[in-house]
Design a protein around this ligand. Structure first.
Ligand SMILES: *Cc1c(COP(=O)(O)O)cnc(C)c1O
Length: 388
């Protein structure tokens, strides 16, 4: 048995997206920039994909730029804006719980002479609008706050934050990699200037993402090279990838309500079961489930190591994650969990379960049984647990 409960790390490619992509590997293989029929056919597919994505997020076609992943979109948004507006100011605002794609990019900009405020969050992972406004200075040029957190699922008040940023003339970017495909949004209504997404987080292919860049926002070129992406991002376009991105997003939004209802019912049942059957745990992230991603459950199990739980779950055929996939393998406790006040020792005992549309209630019940057994066994062996 193999149960996949790590949909925040990646999702399987949907059949529909796969079918849509197929013609663009071998048959319609032209370079979209070539001035002949092979090129024109590929360019047509790329143009249609751009148009589809734009209409799905409430953008204009010319505001959607393709990238090689969510990480690249985040890098471009932040470094591009920092470089473009560096004469106006050197100050950036972000949060302590960003994905490494944003966090380490800001760290790198600090080395280049920028100053960055990393806003704290409350014990459920929410950024405060008051703290955000207070952090804005005369020389603040850019703020980047994630739409939804990849570890604890907390959904940030993006619309309010973007409004505050604009009141002070600050450009606002959001990393919507976890939110896209799970939360319906419209970029104009949200009021953001830039937004990042990544196809493989919503049943699209890996290695392709997009950046929404509001019309009129001047941005430094990111990858210098050819004239692709209106000369902002050189490199031959990944035609099957962008076609797959568009199809996956279309499908995700068509079935969003029913998928979320199914995913939410599994998550809620799981959370209730874990809280009922296991003591000495923290349930991390937003307690108000209307402000939490429908697929996310994150727990800290006191007195035992997350890695041991994960290993035992894996033996039982269950794939989950400790901390974020990007930082697992490192011994550093999760930055996000520390930011919401989980003690260092306890943060080490944390597991994230992220459900997907192909999971079943039977899988959830099996996982619950296994988890209760595993936590009980590990605690029975833990000197920390036996002393408490
Ligand atoms: C996965 C993820 C990314 C990185 O996207 P890639 O396409 O894997 O580079 C960025 N931000 C968040 C919140 C993510 O969950």
């Amino acid at each position: 048995m193999s149960i996949y409960l790590d949909h925040a790390a990646t999702t399987p490619l949907s059949e529909r997206a796969f079918e849509a992509m197929k013609p663009y590997f071998c048959d319609v293989f032209g370079n979209p920039n070539s001035q002949h029929v092979f090129g024109r056919d590929a360019a047509k597919a790329v143009g249609e994909a751009r148009q589809t994505i734009a209409s799905l997020i409430g953008a204009k076609t010319g505001e959607v730029y393709f990238t090689s992943c969510g990480t690249e979109a985040d890098n471009w948004a932040i470094k591009g804006a920092a470089m473009q507006y560096r004469d106006k100011g050197k100050h950036l605002i972000t949060t302590q719980i960003e994905h490494p794609a944003v966090y380490t990019t800001c760290k790198q900009l600090e080395k280049l002479g920028f100053e960055v405020t990393y806003l704290p969050v409350d014990n459920e992972g929410f950024v405060s609008c008051e703290d955000f406004e207070k952090a804005i200075r005369d020389d603040t040029i850019l703020a980047s706050v994630m739409f939804a957190n990849n570890e604890i699922g907390t959904v940030e008040p993006i619309k309010q934050l973007a409004e505050i940023a604009h009141r002070h003339g600050v450009i606002f970017h959001t990393d919507a990699v976890q939110a896209t495909g799970a939360i319906r949004y419209d970029v104009k209504e949200l009021g953001v200037d830039m937004l990042s997404m990544s196809a493989h987080k919503f049943y699209g292919p890996k290695g392709v993402g997009a950046l929404y860049l509001r019309n009129g926002l001047k941005m430094e070129k990111f990858i210098t090279g050819g004239e692709q992406e209106r000369a902002h991002r050189g490199g031959t376009t990944n035609t099957p990838g962008v076609v797959g991105l568009a199809e996956a997003l279309k499908e995700a939004l068509e079935t969003l309500e029913e998928d979320n209802a199914h995913i939410r019912s599994m998550r809620d049942h799981f959370v209730e079961g874990v809280l009922n059957e296991i003591d000495d745990i923290y349930f991390n992230g937003a307690k108000d489930f209307s402000k939490r991603l429908p697929n996310n459950a994150n727990f800290s199990f006191r007195f035992i190591e997350g890695e041991s739980i994960l290993f035992s779950l894996d033996l039982a055929g269950i794939s989950a994650s400790s901390g974020s996939a990007c930082s697992s393998g490192s011994l550093e406790p999760s930055r996000t969990l520390l930011a919401i006040g989980v003690p260092v020792g306890t943060a080490h005992g944390s597991i994230r379960f992220t459900f997907g549309k192909h999971n079943t209630m039977q899988e959830v019940d099996y996982t619950l049984d296994q988890l209760v057994r595993i936590v009980g066994r590990l605690r029975a062996m833990s000197p920390l647990y036996n002393k408490h």
